[in-house]
Design a binder for this molecule. Structure first.
Ligand code: NAI
Length: 332
C-alpha cells in the first residue's frame, strides 16, 4: 500500500520509517498541510495520513475521494478537524490513535503548572543574565490546593494520578464520572462548582459543539479569583478574547496553553522572521503570566513510537478487512 503523509515533519519521517520496517508500505512525506490546494497530490494513493491541523472538511474530503483516497489515518487522538458525516457519505474510512501515551500529555500539563507556579521560565532567563535576585519570583505550593479536572478520560485520569502525588484535592467534571477515579478520592462536581472552587483548572475534554468556548466570559465570571488555567486539549475550548479580559482584570493568576484556537496558522512552523498577524496570540504572549507551548504535549519518544506503530497497524487492519478498533464513525 502507498501512503501519503501531509504536514510531515522530520520526526514523523524518522519514527514512521522505523515502524514501517515491520509493515513494508511505500511511504511518501510532504511537509505541506492538507488543503484544497494540496489534495491533488493524493492522486494514486488509497491511504493518506494526517495530523491535528489538517482540515478535512466536506469539500476537501470530496476532492480526496475523487483522487481515489479510501482511508484517512489520523496520527493523533482528536478528530474535531474531520467532517465525519461527509467522510461516511463518501465511503472514506477514518482511523485514529485513541491512546498512545496519555502520560505524555498529562505530564506536559503538570510541566505548565509547575513552570507557572514556580516561575522557572523567568528564573532560567534571570540566572543566565547573572541576575540572582528573587524579587517577584514568589510562587505557590501545590500541596493541599484544589485542582479541577475537566474531562477524566485517559489523559485526565493520568493527570489526576500525578496531582494526587502532590497532595492535592481533586475535583472533576465529566459527563460520565469514572468509578476508579472516585475510589481514588476524586470528587465529581458540576462545572460551575469546579470553576468556583479550583485553584488550578486543567482541561482534558475533547472539542465538540458542546465544549466549544466552554471557558467563555460567563465562565470567567464564575472562576475562582486567582485560579491558574491550563489547556492541553484543544484551543477552541477557550474563548481567547474572554481569557485576555480575564488576564487583564487579574481574574485568573496565570494561563498555560499548549493549544490555541487559531493554531493552524502558527504552530509547527518556524515563524521567527515573520510578522505575526494574529493580534490575539500576540496579546497573549505579551502577558508575563502566560506560557504558550506549540502543541508539544504529545511530543515524547514513547508517544511518537506508539503513534507510528498504531497508525500503521490501523491501516494494515483496514487493508486486510479486519475489524477496525480505532475507526472514528459519524454519530449521526
Ligand atoms: P478521552 O476520550 O479518553 O477522554 C475525554 C473525556 O472527556 C471523557 O471522559 C469524556 O466523557 C469527557 N467529555 C466529553 N465531553 C465532555 C463534556 N462536554 N464535558 C465534560 N467532559 C466531557 O480522551 P483523551 O485521550 O483523554 O484526550 C482528551 C483530549 O486531549 C483529546 O480530545 C485531544 O483533543 C487532547 N489531546 C491533546 C494532545 C496534545 O498534544 N496537546 C495530545 C492528545 C490529545
Amino acid at each position: 500500500m502507498r501512503i501519503l503523509f501531509f504536514s510531515a515533519k522530520s520526526y514523523d519521517q524518522e519514527y514512521f520509517t522505523l515502524a514501517n520496517e515491520a509493515f513494508g508500505y511505500e511511504l511518501s512525506f510532504i511537509e505541506a498541510p492538507l488543503s484544497q490546494q494540496t489534495l491533488s497530490l493524493s492522486q494514486g494513493y488509497e491511504a493518506i495520513c494526517v495530523f491535528v491541523n489538517d482540515k478535512l472538511d466536506a469539500a476537501v474530503l470530496e476532492g480526496l475521494a475523487q483522487k481515489g483516497v479510501k482511508v484517512v489515518a489520523l496520527r493523533c487522538a482528536g478528530f474535531n478537524n474531520v467532517d465525519l458525516t461527509a467522510a461516511a457519505k463518501l465511503g472514506i474510512t477514518v482511523l485514529r490513535v485513541p491512546a498512545y501515551s496519555p502520560e505524555a500529555v498529562a505530564e506536559h500539563a503538570v510541566a505548565l503548572i509547575l513552570t507557572l507556579s514556580r516561575k522557572t521560565h523567568k528564573a532560567y532567563n534571570r540566572v543566565r543574565e547573572s541576575n540572582f535576585s528573587l524579587e517577584r519570583l514568589t510562587g505557590f505550593n501545590l500541596y493541599q490546593k484544589t485542582i479541577g479536572v475537566v474531562g477524566t478520560g485517559k489523559i485526565g485520569q493520568a493527570f489526576c494520578r500525578i496531582m494526587q502525588g502532590f497532595g492535592c484535592r481533586l475535583l472533576a467534571y465529566d459527563l460520565y464520572p469514572n468509578e476508579e477515579m472516585q475510589s481514588l478520592g476524586v470528587e465529581y462536581v458540576s462545572f460551575t462548582r469546579l470553576l468556583e472552587q479550583s485553584d488550578v483548572i486543567s482541561l482534558h475534554c475533547p472539542l465538540t459543539p458542546d465544549t466549544h468556548h466552554l471557558l467563555d466570559a460567563q465562565a470567567f465570571g464564575q472562576i475562582k479569583k486567582g485560579a491558574t488555567l491550563i489547556n492541553t486539549s484543544r484551543g477552541g475550548l477557550i474563548d481567547t478574547a474572554a481569557v485576555i479580559q480575564a488576564l487583564k482584570h487579574a481574574q485568573i493568576r496565570a494561563l498555560g496553553i499548549d493549544v490555541y484556537e487559531q493554531e493552524e496558522h502558527l504552530f509547527f512552523r518556524d515563524l521567527s522572521e515573520t510578522i505575526i498577524q494574529d493580534d490575539l496570540i500576540a496579546r497573549l504572549m505579551s502577558f508575563p503570566n502566560v506560557l504558550v507551548t506549540a502543541h508539544q504535549a504529545f511530543f515524547t519518544q514513547e508517544a511518537l513510537t506508539e503513534i507510528a506503530q498504531i497508525s500503521l497497524s490501523n491501516l494494515s487492519a483496514w487493508q486486510q478487512g479486519a475489524p477496525l478498533a480505532n475507526e472514528v464513525k459519524d454519530k449521526a
